[in-house]
Write a protein that binds this ligand. Sequence first.
Ligand SMILES: Nc1ncnc2c1ncn2[C@@H]1O[C@H](COP(=O)(O)OP(=O)(O)OP(=O)(O)O)[C@@H](O)[C@H]1O
Ligand SMILES: [Mg+2]
Length: 248
Amino acid sequence: MGDTQTPALLELSNVTAGYAQDIDVLRDISLRVEVGRITGLIGLNGAGKSTIIKTICGFLPPKSGMISYAGKDISGIEPHRLIDHGICCIPQESSLFPYLSVQDNLLLPLLGRPKQFAKEMRTRLHEVFELFPVLNQKRLQPAGSLSGGQQKQVEFAKAWLQQPKLCLIDEPSIGLSPKVSEEVFVWIEKFAKAQMGILLIDHNVRRVVRMSDRICVLSLGKITADGTPADFQGDLHQQVQQWLGLNF
Ligand SMILES: Nc1ncnc2c1ncn2[C@@H]1O[C@H](COP(=O)(O)OP(=O)(O)OP(=O)(O)O)[C@@H](O)[C@H]1O
Ligand SMILES: [Mg+2]
């Protein structure tokens, strides 16, 4: 599928996966994410969007197909190894420890890492506090005492600290006001400008279509449409627009 001229950072080829042995939640999924580009993944509730991320992250080994990252097969990777490969996930549910301080949450990923990595991250902590000044003010407070939007800032700050090559972002705007959601989308664009490849899942279909370089539509575990933002505004995907209630 897609453009074969630019090498993919992440490529799923015909991936089938599921939670129970006999039920496939994902069927024959192929998609790609390129360096510095955003691939948007949209679909109705229960379509299997989060399951795609769980499969990439190694929580669900694919039953068939292949997941390659930077040209290497990472199918069934151990989830705790993702960070070593430069892959970071901002999950749909919070990944923060509510009773730990903001700063401790930010520094958690460096536990057990090589010393050089830890040193770099501490230097970058300063940069992150400049990017997210409110987190600097609240750095010693328990993460759970922050507002939803501020907790999202901690998640993004944690990802930024790790400087991943690939960032998998699941429903980042869920539960946030339109204004705070827009801030989140601007951070994601900033991540892509910093040359990270992004797989973005969000229910704000309009915004995802606008900011993505490539959009995939997932329906009942299958990719039913795949194209550029322009494709999604033309006749080609009229049916998809209708299905998703889009009205460009
Ligand atoms: N741990 C699990 N065990 C068994 N089935 C699961 C599990 N997690 C999800 N499922 C099922 O897999 C299907 C896809 O779920 P998934 O969470 O990937 O959907 P989604 O597209 O992310 O939905 P949403 O938009 O609500 O986040 C659903 O039918 C769901 O009930
Ligand atoms: Mg989900």
